[in-house]
Ligand binder design. Structure first.
Ligand SMILES: C[S@@+](CC[C@H](N)C(=O)[O-])C[C@H]1O[C@@H](n2cnc3c(N)ncnc32)[C@H](O)[C@@H]1O
Length: 227
């Protein structure tokens, strides 16, 4: 799967995604990350991409032209591309949406900055808006990186063991069971006996019950959604 991120801070996205399993997946070519900076399409001598808003008010707004040229350029390579704008106005992401997004071939993500983006650009070019949650961050880069990380976890071979993603929280509308390391210092103190039993069926049953308990305690809304 390919991700293209449109951002005036492309290094920010590249850096965040260069660590751990996702960094390895990019190096191995299991997922592709392309970034493109709208400043390269600005005709301003200082490569500006923002301007003051009509009607006044605080802050600057990203201009139509550099962004339109960026997307037109990308459309020359993929004429059917769909543009997703990371925005607090969008529908809030959850695991079900992530799993669906993981079935796509190519995602193009637009990161806003400043007070946002000229509405005329959004009306003409954006296919959908995606939010990380009901709060405001300073730019779409962290939201894009979080989305890419979560989607990439669903791509086969990205995680060392494909089972990991299947047993993650939210995959079964529940959280996960508690985990205990085989730590030398603590030995087996405080470790539930069943985990030391070697009985895999019993361990699986215990984990299901513990996951249910954790969900009831911390996120009862997930169980209500299931009914
Ligand atoms: C400072 S914010 C602009 C917020 C805008 N003034 C508002 O209140 O709706 C700049 C950019 O950060 C990104 N952003 C902020 N909050 C976000 C969220 N909850 N989810 C996804 N992206 C977000 C968007 O790309 C946005 O254009």
């Amino acid at each position: 799967m390919k991700f293209t991120v449109i951002s005036i801070f492309p290094e920010m996205v590249e850096d965040v995604l260069s660590y751990g399993v996702i960094g390895k997946a990019i190096k191995k070519g299991l997922i592709e990350l392309e970034t493109i900076n709208p400043r390269s399409f600005s005709i301003d001598k200082h490569s500006r991409v923002d301007d003051r808003p009509f009607g006044g008010g605080a802050g600057m707004v990203m201009m139509f032209d550099p962004l339109a040229k960026t997307v037109d350029h990308l459309k020359k390579q993929d004429k059917n591309l769909k543009l997703s704008f990371l925005s607090p106005h969008g529908k809030i992401l959850n695991q079900k949406k992530i799993n669906k997004l993981a079935q796509q071939r190519h995602m193009v993500l637009l990161c806003g900055r400043y007070e946002g983006i000229d509405q005329r650009f959004l009306d003409k070019y954006v296919d959908n808006e995606i939010s990380l949650g009901d709060f405001v961050i300073s730019g779409g880069e962290l939201a894009a990186a979080a989305l890419i990380d979560a989607v990439a976890r669903q791509i086969p071979k990205v995680l060392g063991d494909d089972e990991s993603a299947k047993t993650d929280s939210f995959m079964q509308d529940s959280l996960t069971a508690p985990q205990y390391t085989r730590s030398d210092k603590l030995k087996q103190v405080g470790v539930p006996e069943v985990l030391l039993s070697g009985n895999h069926a019993k361990i699986a049953e215990w984990r299901t019950m513990q996951a249910l308990k954790a969900t009831q305690l911390k996120r009862p809304d997930l169980l209500q959604d299931k009914e």
